[in-house]
Write a protein that binds this ligand. Structure first.
Ligand code: GLY
Length: 579
């Protein structure tokens, strides 16, 4: 936006509200964790320890990411997994970057209408519970591809901690048990899942109990010894296919045999001079974060202030426009021609800004595309090593504990990622996303994701590693952490902890955290035409690292710690661990 116009808008907004903040507000947060040689931030403290031990042994950030991925499958079973899939964004010490897509694929027998009844309406729960909801898992293939291409240590070394935690068990603390009790009723429906995650009397595990997973230990040991073939071409695939066939699923041995990881070029964009590297399709994450950042670049967010009505207004409008594109235009790149370069064009961002009324809320129905007829459910971890290799991984079972099913003898929870597809254009999914044809179900296709493992760089050096769970909110959670650091000067912990807002085009509602905005700000926004909802709880648990200081101010002064880690204060069991 032309500076004069920007200044005019900023000035007129301030006059209109007569309440523009004199200074930015800051979140009250614990200090970020410091490290000089490496940093690992995950949603479970034992997994963070596993990652740091790998770094201390001389492994690089990719080695640590693989070991953490397997460890979380044991110690964070509601989202950590080998029965799901995910993404890994790697920025190497030489500034190059890459992206591994090991997300689930639709089974070969999948059809566009597989979740609809004879009248064409979605069957409740069909894409969420049980074997019909399961996509072909990718995590094992993804971790092995990462290790073989970019790691330095053996598979056996990297998997040993996970196998030990599965075999010997680990003591559950308050953060661990919270997720178990919330899913007890669902897990009780599958005898194999109940045998692992519920006590023999059917009750949930309590604080201080030890969770032992011998079947999972055996599956992990087989993968450690024989490699991914043990999962995709051996007894594990057979057991899952057998259970699927017996319980209403459509998974076939061929689905497992054909699974292949894709190595893709990450999405990159520049925001106020910072280079953002994130997930390309089949995730919408990187594209939509960049689209929103491009729109926001034309507004003086730092001047407007964190949490002010003006800032919330322009952020929500940028989100509204970008989520229309997300939900209507993006899909698996092997099936859909994604308009990535258009969506990332700064001119397109300016067109969007020109359509944003400075004083009024937009109306989502007016943006209806042509042709339209977490949270604990995902987990993100951020790692950086002594050489400056940065790895961001987000992986998932989709819903908490996925489809809630375990094939007998495997100990492996299976995902319900099929729910991320469009079941029927215009009908909301688990996250309330209303999506279109580009994300329709097809055999071997990957459902559109929001996962956004992101690395930000400045002047050719890593600056920030960030990502989050949270379903459709992953994008706005990750975005807000970046904006809070770059525009509002928060330190990495404050940036992650700060109250959040979210808008995803439909429903036409601004989700805000309870107590996230002051009553006067809420009144200003309501006066502009916004419908605010402070009741929802799916706000994700971000995990981030800032390089060179805990905040921009400290980096500019010099003298900050080299690595500064922060796990979301919303996370019950996570830890940032440096060394
Ligand atoms: N299952 C959540 C996502 O991939 O966006």
């Amino acid at each position: 936006m032309h500076p004069t116009r920007r200044t005019l808008i900023a000035a007129s907004l301030s006059i209109a509200f007569a309440l523009a903040p004199l200074t930015s507000i800051f979140a009250a947060s614990p200090a970020p964790v410091k490290g000089e040689h490496g940093m690992v931030v995950t949603a479970q403290h034992l997994a963070s320890e596993v990652g740091v031990e790998v770094l201390k042994k001389g492994g690089n950030a990719v080695d640590a990411a693989v070991a953490v991925g397997y460890a979380l499958a044991v110690v964070y079973p509601n989202a950590g997994n080998i029965g799901g899939g995910g993404f890994m964004t790697i920025r190497f010490k030489d500034g190059k970057s890459t992206f591994l897509d090991f997300r689930e694929r639709a089974p070969l027998a999948a059809t566009k209408t597989m979740y609809l009844d004879k009248d064409g309406n979605p069957v409740k729960g069909a894409s969420l519970d049980g074997y019909l909801a399961v996509g072909v898992p990718g995590s094992v293939a993804g971790f092995e591809t990462a290790r073989e291409k970019y790691g330095t240590l053996s598979r056996q070394d990297l998997m040993a901690p996970a196998i030990n935690y599965a075999k010997d068990g680990f003591i559950l603390d308050q953060g661990d048990t919270a997720s178990f009790s919330g899913s007890a009723a669902r897990l009780a429906k599958d005898p194999a899942a109940a045998a692992i995650f519920l006590k023999p009397d059917g009750k949930s595990y309590a604080i201080g109990d030890r969770l032992i997973q011998p079947d999972l230990a055996a599956s992990l040991a087989a993968i450690s010894e024989k490699g991914p073939d043990a999962f995709y071409k051996g007894a594990i695939a057979d057991a899952i296919v057998k259970a699927s066939g017996a319980k209403g699923g459509i998974l076939a041995r061929q689905d497992f045999e054909q699974y292949a990881v894709r190595e893709l070029k990450p999405v990159t964009c520049f925001y106020r001079g910072y280079e953002v590297t994130s997930s390309p399709p089949p995730s919408s994450g990187g594209v939509i974060i960049c689209e929103i950042l491009n729109v926001l670049e034309g507004y003086p967010l730092s001047y407007l202030g964190a949490g002010s009505a003006e800032t919330v207004h322009v952020m929500v409008e940028a989100m509204r426009h970008a989520y229309v594109d997300r939900n209507s235009a993006l899909g698996d790149p092997d099936f859909v021609d994604n308009p990535v370069s258009k969506l990332l064009d700064k001119t397109y961002a300016k067109d969007i800004r020109d359509r944003i009324d400075p004083f009024r809320a937009g109306v989502s129905q007016d943006l209806m595309p042509k042709g339209f007829g977490e949270s604990k459910e995902t987990t993100h971890y951020s790692i950086i090593d002594n050489d400056g290799n940065a790895v961001a991984v987000t992986y998932t079972l989709n819903g908490s504990f996925g489809a809630g099913v375990v094939a007998d003898g495997t100990g492996i929870l299976l995902n319900n990622e099929m729910d991320d597809f469009t079941q029927k254009p215009g009908v909301p999914n688990l996250y309330g996303l209303v999506q279109g044809e580009a994300n329709a179900i097809q055999p071997k296709k990957t459902p559109l994701s929001s996962m956004s493992p992101t690395v930000v760089a400045k002047d050719g050096k890593p600056f920030m590693v960030i990502g989050s769970p949270g379903g459709s909110r992953i994008i706005t959670i990750t975005l807000e952490a970046i904006v809070n650091v770059i525009d509002h000067g928060m330190n990495i912990q404050e940036a992650i902890d700060a109250p959040r807002i979210h808008h995803q085009w439909l429903p036409d509602t601004v989700y805000i955290e309870p107590f996230g905005l002051s009553p006067d700000t809420e009144k200003l926004l309501a006066g502009m035409g916004y419908h605010l909802d402070p009741s929802s709880t799916t706000w994700g648990q971000a995990a981030g690292i800032l390089v060179g200081g805990k905040s921009l101010a400290e980096i500019e002064k010099g003298g900050g710690a080299r690595y500064n880690g922060a796990i979301d204060s919303r996370a019950a069991s996570g830890e940032a661990l440096g060394y």
